[in-house]
Design a protein around this ligand. Structure first.
Ligand SMILES: Cc1cc2nc3c(=O)[nH]c(=O)nc-3n(C[C@H](O)[C@H](O)[C@H](O)COP(=O)(O)O)c2cc1C
Length: 162
């Protein structure tokens, strides 16, 4: 790694930034867990995530020209592990339905988006994938899955209330 940054230390320090977790899905069905998801632009509505250049799943989703983003709930830690595991049928026993634009929408997700693939920007050992949001929905009833220092948890609104 450049400038003497140790990879293990890089991972450890960056792990101190808490994130949500999504499963990016595409027709197949295919899917992979990601915590690099972010919103990018409101007009037009763009989102992004970073796919590892080594990913075997993203190239399969890419060929469809679109993908869904499923926001995981607090009960989904095991599902998150499953969608990052090798050599397993990631969708086995997982209830889902095709969205209006054909990408798989996972049941019981906190929210989901369906996106058109707009562009990819190579960035080191990842590619920044930008999608335009075509369809979206959310529920207020489910708590999110939160990833922090390699651990799974959820959100508590006890720090500062509006
Ligand atoms: C919490 C968590 C977050 C992850 N975030 C990403 C991510 O942002 N980008 C990515 O390419 N892989 C991420 N992964 C790894 C992928 O889910 C998956 O393991 C990887 O793509 C290898 O599988 P594949 O060859 O099927 O793509 C994450 C895994 C976990 C458990």
């Amino acid at each position: 790694m450049s400038e003497g940054i140790d990879p293990a230390r890089y991972r450890s320090v960056l792990g101190h930034f808490p994130t949500g977790v999504v499963v990016v899905t595409g027709e197949g069905p295919y899917g992979l867990s990601c915590n690099s998801f972010t919103s990018v632009s409101l007009a037009p509505p763009l989102v992004a995530f970073c796919a590892a250049a080594s990913s075997t799943t993203w190239p399969k989703i890419r060929t469809r020209g679109g993908f869904a983003v499923n926001f995981l709930g607090r009960q989904h830690a095991e599902l998150c592990r499953r969608f990052s595991a090798a050599g397993v049928d990631r969708f086995e026993g997982v209830p889902w339905r095709p969205g209006p634009h054909s990408s798989p929408l996972l049941d019981h997700a906190v929210a989901h988006l369906e996106c058109r693939l707009v562009r990819e920007h190579p960035a080191g050992d990842h590619t920044i994938v930008v999608g335009e949001v075509l369809e979206l929905d959310a529920t207020e009833e489910r708590a999110p899955l939160v990833f922090f220092r390699g651990m799974y948890g959820t959100f508590a609104s006890d720090v500062m209330s509006p």
